[in-house]
Ligand binder design. Structure first.
Ligand code: HEC
Length: 279
């Protein structure tokens, strides 16, 4: 009889200890994620990276089968990502998870990825110690910030060139042809620089989602195409009514289409989604 009592007490105690273990693990994991992920995935951010903004809501995170399979570390995408340092990633301001931190995250998943206990006071947010970038990468990252501003050049110039070309066609005035040539050449000169700044911006702001990839490659295509247009408008006299003019005109319209689509995707990236023009 006594033996059974002792067993019951032991069982209760061990259950209590395990629960306590789980809270301790969850608290530890919260600390780690707070220090290393919350900068990009915290719920306080208006636009968390990768549309994933609840890294500190362990109860919700632990139940999301896309990222975590409770009890199975190997099958948990989130663990694989932190283990390979895909997250926080080389370009992040925070260092990768230490081996000890990885062990803690693994133990938390093995324990069934529990949430923080409701009564536990949330651990105070760890102040993020930013690893400041060395001068040169920092300068490049800073240049990259000018991508959105400078992109108005090729966009506006190509559109203005279409308008001037339409006026040339309507009025048959030679002077418009000069205007078109000027606009297209300046557009072609600015586009490669804008594309380079865009590349830097994506690299240092850690943009690498599919939308960014579309924007990136369409942007580069547009820059190359602007140069093709500039060559076409310069190679021959390209007079009104000539076949060369028609060829250039087609190229310019395609360029305007490319720059519009690329600009639209760029707008979607900075304004939060493809539906950013919704009424
Ligand atoms: C410097 C910013 C940054 C930090 C810090 C960071 N991430 Fe990310 N994370 C991103 C970006 C950007 C994406 C989107 C990448 C993509 O879609 O390819 C992402 C995507 C993810 C995804 C996938 C989301 C999805 O829907 O597929 C997970 C999971 C993730 N991060 C977990 C973490 C964890 C865990 C940490 C901390 C250890 C962390 N991240 C730290 C920038 C960051």
């Amino acid at each position: 009889m006594n033996g059974i009592r002792i067993l019951v007490v032991l069982a209760i105690l061990s259950g209590w200890c395990m629960a306590d273990d789980k809270s301790a693990l969850a608290t530890e994991v919260y600390r780690i994620f707070n220090a290393k992920c919350a900068d990009c995935h915290g719920s306080h951010l208006p636009k968390p990276k990768g549309k994933f903004g609840y890294v500190l809501d362990l109860a919700r995170l632990g139940k999301n089968a896309k990222f975590i399979t409770p009890g199975d570390v190997e099958d948990s995408k989130l663990y694989q990502m932190v283990e390979d340092n895909e997250m926080p990633g080389e370009d992040a301001d925070v260092p990768p998870l230490t081996p000890d931190e990885l062990k803690t995250v693994a133990a938390w998943i093995k324990a069934g990825s529990p949430g923080l206990p409701a009564d536990a006071p949330l651990p105070a947010p760890t102040p993020v110690v930013k690893k400041s970038r060395p001068f040169f990468p920092r300068l490049l990252a800073w240049f990259g910030k000018f991508h959105s501003a400078t992109t108005h050049f090729p966009v506006g110039l190509l559109m203005a060139a279409v308008l001037a070309e339409a006026l040339a066609w309507l009025t048959k005035r030679e002077s418009w042809l000069l205007v078109v040539r000027f606009l297209v050449i300046v557009a072609a000169a600015s586009a490669p620089m804008v594309a380079t700044l865009g590349w830097l911006n994506a690299k240092y702001e850690n943009h690498n989602d599919p939308l960014t990839e579309w924007h990136r490659w369409l942007g580069i295509t547009t820059a190359v195409w602007a140069i093709v247009c500039a060559v076409l408008v310069c190679v021959s006299e390209c007079e009104e009514g000539s076949p060369e003019r028609k060829r250039f005109r087609g190229a310019l319209l395609l360029g305007a289409l490319l720059v519009s689509v690329t600009g639209f995707l760029g707008g979607a990236l900075s304004n939060g989604g493809l539906d950013h023009y919704r009424w």
